[in-house]
Design a protein around this ligand. Structure first.
Ligand SMILES: [Zn+2]
Length: 454
């Protein structure tokens, strides 16, 4: 199947030369970009379908590297709207423990469709909550994600340390190390697809230093190396976490990761707010990946991650992420790019983070973090056909088109009009194709209310 997307008003490839085109075209053959260039150059190409992209600005699809999809049931929860991380977590664990397969299915679809409408074509998800050993919740989430058509990197998360052992979560949501590791093997063997242009890859993700044991961190890493999958966790999100690590282990969060062997090129960490200059040096030395979650960090008052400083070290793979909807209340990657930009500039000045760098973190940076920069994150011949288009004939862009690609961030684009994932058109004229949202929204509200009033 050949599809020609032509008359593209502006095209940002985010390739290594930062090539941009006006009046451009993309030829897609099945799941792959077969040609890209100016409209006249591709004029005589034979295609099965021609899609007119007049008025559209096209860039690579966003790669979201950190999320907790189940939390789309727990946005804006009354009682913790103004709480910081540890209080917020302690309150919410008591609600989260009531989730089941029906809840996960609904939450995953809502979270993914919401992100797709904001331009996400690949997303990761850290799912670490298995109340009363409901291991099948992970399978339910994968099934739901498959139905959406998104490229998916679910992380088998875990918590093994409950209150009685000095952790934060209640007993009923943690599992034993043995169960977590055997489930991790089952999930990898059942779902992980390492082939090129894979739509599903598994990573392993113990939740955080305050909810898992040292043994689980070390053995999870060993298993991931053996099975050749990536590892992911939360790191240095708050000052409370730093205090917790210093009291329990006598080490800062980053030093702890180094001790456990977790600083390596197959690992990525969410947040990294409270990191020192020497931590950043260590990140570079070990080529780790970082998921910067600016909205979540602002919402919980966690602090400002030194992203501008990390970006000065090209060995560090910096990406953007929405984080769970309980600490963001939305799931919008354009907003993350905009907030990343504004947040760095608050204290470091207008040149702290360039507009196109913010977009690059949201696209190519995400692909690097998931170790897929050879296939995703930029628009180049041979790469996966994952791209998004924004109609710039809208009120919010009027008068702002001297640089239409930067306008997506600076003029605050709301939603995509076109989304192509692995060569399939998933959103056209701003609508998700073949998806009935109203029943999904009703079901989601029903479940959310049921859980919160239990
Ligand atoms: Zn998180």
């Amino acid at each position: 199947m050949k599809r020609l997307f032509k008359n593209i008003e502006a095209l940002g490839t985010f390739d290594r030369n930062q090539t941009e085109w006006t009046q451009a075209a993309i030829l897609v053959e099945d799941d792959t970009i077969a040609a890209i260039g100016s409209d006249p150059a591709l004029e005589h190409v034979q295609a099965d379908e021609v899609i007119d992209c007049s008025g559209l600005v096209i860039i690579p699809g966003f790669v979201n590297t950190h999320h907790h999809l189940y939390q789309s049931l727990f946005r804006n929860v009354k009682g913790v709207q103004n709480a910081k991380l540890f209080d917020w977590l302690t309150f919410l664990y008591e609600r989260w423990k009531h989730i089941d397969a029906r809840a996960i299915t609904s939450a995953a679809k809502v979270g993914i469709y919401e992100m797709m409408l904001s331009g996400v074509t690949t997303t990761s998800d850290m799912f670490y909550l298995f109340p009363f050993n409901q291991n099948h919740l992970f399978d339910a989430e994968i099934q739901a994600a498959r139905e959406t058509g998104v490229r998916f990197h679910p992380c088998r998360g875990s918590m093994s340390l409950s209150k009685k052992d000095g952790g934060l979560p209640p007993d009923c949501v943690v599992q034993t190390e043995t169960e977590i590791l055997s489930e991790s093997i089952r999930i990898i063997r059942t779902y992980h697809d390492p082939t090129p242009k894979s739509m599903l890859r598994i990573a392993l993700a113990p939740c955080s230093p305050f909810s898992v044991s040292e043994r689980l961190m070390v053995e999870t890493l060993e298993l991931a190396i053996k099975e050749d999958v990536l590892v992911h966790t939360h790191l240095a999100e708050t000052q409370d976490e730093e205090r917790h690590c210093l009291e329990r282990f006598g080490l800062t969060p980053v030093a702890l990761m180094e001790k456990w062997g977790w600083l390596n090129p197959n690992a990525w960490f969410a947040h990294c707010v409270w990191v020192s200059e020497s931590d950043i040096e260590r990140f570079a030395e070990h080529q780790v990946g970082v998921s910067h979650c600016p909205t979540s960090n602002m919402r919980l008052g966690s602090g400002i991650a030194p992203i501008a400083e990390m970006l000065r070290k090209p060995q560090i793979r910096v990406s953007l992420a929405v984080d769970g909807s309980a600490s963001n209340d939305t799931g919008n990657m354009i907003q993350e790019a905009r907030n990343a930009l504004l947040l760095q500039r608050v204290t470091k000045g207008a040149d702290a983070l360039a507009v196109k760098t913010a977009l690059e973190c949201a696209t190519y940076g995400g692909a690097r973090v998931l170790r897929r920069e050879g296939e995703l994150g930029s628009l180049e011949v041979g790469k996966a056909a994952d791209f998004i288009g924004f109609s710039v004939d809208r009120l919010e862009f009027a008068g702002g088109l001297s640089d239409p690609i930067a306008a997506l961030v600076l003029c605050d684009a709301k939603r995509v009009d076109l989304s192509v994932i692995n060569g399939e058109i998933r959103i056209r004229d701003g609508r998700l194709l073949g998806v009935e949202l109203s029943e999904l929204i009703r079901e989601q509200n029903r479940i959310s209310k049921e859980i919160l009033t239990r």
